[in-house]
Design a protein around this ligand. Structure first.
Ligand code: PAF
Length: 287
């Protein structure tokens, strides 16, 4: 596996390579990321993984400084997974006007994401999806993949990236990979590493509440608001700080109607100081 840190070296590594598969990550890799690599390997002749903790997608009070950086361990996992090239640029490489003294990125042109970016996770993370869409567009321009793989765990992110590709006419196929879970049902996430032992034992409760909603909808419950409210109350009573529980139409992310059959139940909630997200997409018999 080749490791490159500059765009110039990446171009050399990719010269004359057709049908490039790309997996963008922020590192601290777990089985969920390696699943993305597996999917990319099935779809492409060469697989590039980027490792870049993107400052533009973190809010002022978020965990940018403490975000786990585990580059050596990540590379070992990527070798075992059969990755061809790791692209691990510096902030300066990605943001050419970055000022190291003031820490200002100097990125004065950014993607203005669609209105859905202000809902769900975007409601409590203003600017987050603009930062995500901007870095993903930059990485797409740098890597020029034929195929890029993203996890369904970040369902809203996946939706916004699909819009980015569609609205900017990018010749890239976006593939969605299923969420990888712990035996308890907890979705794998780099942020699970922030949980203490007691929190780890509780963390699957978020997924349980989403599963309960799915089961109830499949049994014919269509009072979505009361299903959302009841899950919020249950989690709050168990010590969670709930950001949202939402039932949406899965292809548009619009609030679900009883007549919709492609649905997704999404949730975000804090356990202690760790914010976890999860979702389940499914088909229900429409009313
Ligand atoms: O999902 C992530 O890890 C990040 O949001 C991404 C897509 C790598 C952009 O920084």
């Amino acid at each position: 596996m080749q490791i490159v840190h500059t765009i110039t070296d990446l171009r050399v590594a990719l010269k004359n390579k057709a049908h490039v598969g790309f997996v963008p990550t922020m590192g601290n890799l777990h089985a969920g990321h390696l699943q993305l690599v597996n999917v990319a390997k099935q779809q492409a002749t060469i697989v590039i993984v980027s490792i870049f903790v993107n400052p533009l997608q973190f809010g002022a009070n978020e965990d940018l400084a403490n975000y786990p950086r585990t580059f050596e361990a990540d590379c070992e996992k990527l070798i075992a997974a059969g990755t061809d090239v790791v692209f691990a640029p510096t902030v300066n490489e990605i943001y050419p006007d970055f000022n190291a003294q003031t820490q200002q990125l100097g990125q004065t042109m950014t993607i203005n994401p669609p209105p859905i970016a202000a809902e769900l996770c975007g409601a409590s993370r203003p600017g987050h999806f603009s930062g995500v869409a901007t870095i993903v567009l930059k990485l797409f321009n740098i890597v020029q993949p034929a195929v890029a793989v993203f996890g369904k765990k970040d369902f809203q992110q996946l939706f916004i990236i699909r819009e980015l590709v569609k609205q900017f006419n990018l010749p890239i196929a976006i593939i969605a990979a299923d969420t990888v879970r712990e035996p308890t049902g907890l979705a794998m996430s780099s942020r699970n590493g922030y949980l203490n032992e007691a929190e780890k034992n509780k963390a699957a409760e978020l997924h349980q509440q989403l599963s309960d909603i799915v089961n109830k909808i499949k049994q014919g419950h269509h009072d979505f608001l009361s299903l959302e409210r009841s899950a919020i109350a249950t989690l709050s009573n168990r010590g969670w700080q709930v950001d949202y529980i939402a039932i949406r139409e899965s292809r548009t992310l619009a609030p679900a109607k009883a007549s919709d059959s492609a649905l997704v139940v999404l949730g975000a909630a804090k356990l202690g100081s760790t914010r976890l997200i999860d979702n389940i997409d499914f088909f229900a018999l429409a009313n």
